[in-house]
Design a protein around this ligand. Structure first.
Ligand SMILES: [Zn+2]
Length: 166
């Protein structure tokens, strides 16, 4: 998506419109702090519709692969992104009430006649990311090198085996 795409969110939901496209990770400027590098693209699909109570909703799906930075070893962490979220549109000043407190309820966003698609996709990605991204222990350089220093890793045993052969 090279140019900014703006949609009227209420109209989009009422007409059950659908739009899909892809964005370069490099264009997601608010994401940069979490990234190891800006390689790759994310694909998105936005669908308009109504929820069970007839309220206008937007359903956003985002798929891609982000290169996050592991907060333990600062190395590259490939993070598959598969998010799907239903956003209920509220008119300006409308209150979601007690439902906003319910973690199982869908998210609410204010309806806008000029909803910036790129900003929405970026918001949802940011919300979905782990607070402290890191490799699983067995794949994290930081953990592996500590284990080696402790002599508890597999390398310690192979050294031992090598010694015995002498
Ligand atoms: Zn790591």
């Amino acid at each position: 998506m090279s140019e900014q795409t703006v949609v009227d969110s209420l109209e989009f939901a009422r007409a059950a419109r659908e739009i899909c496209g892809s964005m370069a990770v490099a264009s997601l400027t608010r994401l940069q702090d979490c990234l190891f590098d800006t390689g790759g693209t994310v694909d998105f699909r936005l669908k308009g519709g109504r929820d069970g109570r007839g309220r206008p909703v937007l359903i956003l799906e985002v798929n891609g692969l982000l290169h996050l930075q592991c907060q333990r070893c600062l190395g590259l962490l490939e993070y598959p992104l598969h998010l799907s979220n239903t956003l209920t549109l509220l008119k300006r000043g409308e209150n979601p009430g007690a439902e906003a407190e319910d973690p199982n309820a869908s998210d609410f966003i204010e309806a806008s006649s000029e909803l910036d698609m790129a900003a929405l996709v970026e918001d949802e990605i940011l919300l979905s990311l782990p607070l402290v991204p890191r490799h699983p222990d067995e794949r994290c350089q930081s953990v592996l090198s500590t284990r080696q220093h402790d002599g508890a890793g597999p390398h310690a045993f192979s050294k031992l085996a090598a010694l015995k052969k002498i």
